[in-house]
Design a protein around this ligand. Structure first.
Ligand code: ATP
Ligand code: MG
Length: 572
């Protein structure tokens, strides 16, 4: 047996570094967070070879006193907290006093800094954790940190570094997360001498567009909700047409910090459940602001996870805020939002102090009032029907231009929302049929119909045995009575057969209602009168979630006159 020994300090640092400094992107994250904590208004990042050769971050923040430079590189030395109550209410990104020491132990690091009142800058360097003496240097107020040759002294770790392109990709992602949360700070990202991103001070929606593309912003609804003075959610929730196959555009920030959190992502998944088709992944950028005392950020070495004091309350709040934002009727559907979301006034600038904390920072996505509309338009945003195209689409004219509606998809959503409402208030109203509609049924279906009469009646259906191997629909759900009632009854029985009668109303209610609505919605090739088409448009305006059908496909599009002019190269 080997005797127990205390590990040398450097080795302890290197072990700790493993937790915080996984790759160049982790270095970049720590340096960017330090710059923001120092109140920087402009941050420039220069990477070489994906950051493996060099990560260089320069800011115009508060700077470090010459006498404290060595402390900045010492473990457990921080200017951000001094006590346990400070930690519990922490509002800065950093608080452990560990990042620079960890990075310094596995790289060649140099730090040049100057406070506003210092006559000149000072610098200090460290190589593999051995810290040199501070020296006078030249630079304007602010801080520059250069980290070179990551893992030069720990070859085993160095082997885990990936290709330059992969490491740069991780750095770009870290940069994106930090920059999304701080649109009031200007950022530049250079790689191997070339500028790869250049972000001026802008408003929150413009920042999202600059980093993730304007399509996302145009097809998103603004989210804005507050609860009990301790919770506040803002951001953009992408609509179905910017959903993706991978969950690669889901950004959740808690008090300005990017996090991966199951409570939050579950709430988002649930809010989108009815809007998205199959495995489609929503795109969103959401900022939750919460009293720092109600969330523990000290649970993960890289602070990418958090723990909420009351996860249930946060879940409910986020779920409902998102559901409300996403359920806007066609009167407020994504296309109508799009132009407005990007027209924001530039975020106000001001001086920063640590007291004006990260927690108080909250990007605003609030909508300014839509442009002037005539009174008529305000009432009927989807305009008036012009014609029906190939028995599938309704064409309408509104103030902006042309509206195209998939009539079956839109009608399906309207019916589904009606069914949902009536189920919520006790059950769907039944309408007796003048002539019962009989259909052939298997013995199992007959049995299901007899055993589950109550559930079936709550759904607005009345089925009875009409003879051997035969069922009859005697009453149909009132909103659907004009549709294919036999198809509808068969659909309900098929759902019950597959999932059990008790489950269809509990966890499969939406699927069941969608099936029912589909059987009753207008079919292709039914020609509609202008009055019917206008009635459809009016109902869409009133209906929640009418921007997408029950399967997550869009139900309508707006082609503006400007879009049409572009198509015809007019006015160029
Ligand atoms: N860019 C910077 N501008 C001004 N001060 C800085 C900067 N970077 C680091 N510092 C100072 O150095 C100290 C140590 O930084 P370090 O990142 O190691 O720890 P921290 O940010 O306090 O905590 P954490 O380990 O959680 O990041 C900070 O507390 C801060 O006072
Ligand atoms: Mg730090």
């Amino acid at each position: 047996m080997t005797a127990i020994r205390v590990l040398p300090d450097l080795l302890i640092s290197q072990i700790a570094a493993g937790e915080v400094v996984e790759r160049p992107a982790s270095v970049l994250k720590e340096l960017l967070e330090n710059s923001l904590d120092a109140g920087a208004r402009a941050v420039t990042v220069a990477l070489e070879e994906g950051g493996t050769r060099r990560v260089h971050v320069e800011d115009d923040g508060a700077g470090i006193e010459a006498a404290e430079l060595a402390l900045a590189l010492a473990r457990h030395a921080t200017s951000k907290i001094a006590s346990l109550p400070d930690l519990e209410a922490v509002s800065t990104m950093g608080f452990r006093g560990e990042a620079l020491a960890s990075i310094a132990s596995v790289s060649r690091l140099s730090l040049v800094s100057r406070t506003a009142r210092a006559p000149h800058a000072s610098s200090i360097s460290a190589e593999g954790g051995r810290v040199g003496e501070p020296r006078p240097a030249a630079r304007s107020p602010g801080t520059t940190v250069a980290v070179e040759d990551l893992y030069f002294n720990t070859p085993a770790r160095r082997k885990f570094l990936r290709s330059e392109a992969t490491e740069f990709g991780h750095c770009d992602e870290v940069f994106t997360r930090v920059a999304l949360a701080r649109p009031e700070v200007a950022f530049v990202l250079k790689h191997n001498g070339r500028v790869s991103r250049h972000l001026r001070v802008q408003d929150a929606a413009e920042r999202v567009a600059a980093l993730l593309g304007s399509e996302l912003v145009e097809a998103a609804v603004p989210v804005e909700a507050a609860a009990s003075g301790t919770l506040h959610l803002t951001g953009l929730a992408g609509g179905p047409n910017v959903a993706r196959t991978r969950a690669d555009a889901q950004y959740f920030f808690v008090n300005g910090r990017f996090v991966r959190d199951r409570v939050l992502s579950h709430a988002a998944r649930e809010a989108y459940a009815e809007l998205l088709h199959g495995e489609r992944q929503p795109a969103y950028v959401l900022f939750l602001q919460i009293d720092p005392r109600l969330v523990d950020v000290n649970v993960h070495p890289a602070k990418i996870e958090v723990r909420f004091r009351d996860p249930g309350a946060v879940h409910q709040f986020v779920l409902h805020a998102l559901q409300r934002a996403l359920s806007g009727g066609a009167a407020e559907a994504p296309v109508a939002y799009a132009r407005v979301a990007t027209q924001h006034a530039v975020a106000s600038q001001g001086t920063f102090s640590l007291a004006q904390s990260v927690a108080s920072y909250q990007p605003s996505f609030q909508r300014s009032e839509p442009e002037q509309r005539t009174p008529q338009d305000a009432e009927n945003p989807l305009g008036y029907a012009l014609a029906q195209l190939h028995g599938i689409y309704v064409l309408a004219q509104n103030r902006e231009g042309l509206v195209l509606v998939d009539m079956h998809a839109a009608h399906e959503r309207i019916l589904m929302e009606k069914l949902k409402k009536s189920l919520d208030v006790g059950g769907v109203q039944r309408q007796a049929l003048l002539v019962p509609a009989a259909f052939r049924a298997e013995a199992l279906e007959v049995a299901l119909a007899e055993e589950n009469r109550e559930v079936i009646e709550r759904l607005g259906l009345e089925l009875s045995v009409a003879g051997p191997g035969e069922l009859a629909v005697r009453a149909a759900p009132a909103p659907l009575a004009g549709g294919d009632v036999v198809g509808l009854a068969r659909g309900v029985l098929a759902e019950m057969r597959e999932y059990g009668a008790s489950r269809v109303l509990a966890d499969r209610q939406n699927e069941l209602l969608a099936t029912m609505a589909c059987h009753a919605a207008v079919r292709a090739n039914r020609s509609l009168t202008p009055a019917e088409m206008n009635a459809l448009l009016r109902e869409m305006e009133e209906t929640e979630r009418s921007g997408s059908c029950n399967h997550g496909r869009p139900t309508w599009y707006q082609l503006t006159l400007a879009d049409l002019d572009k198509l015809f190269l007019r006015g160029r």
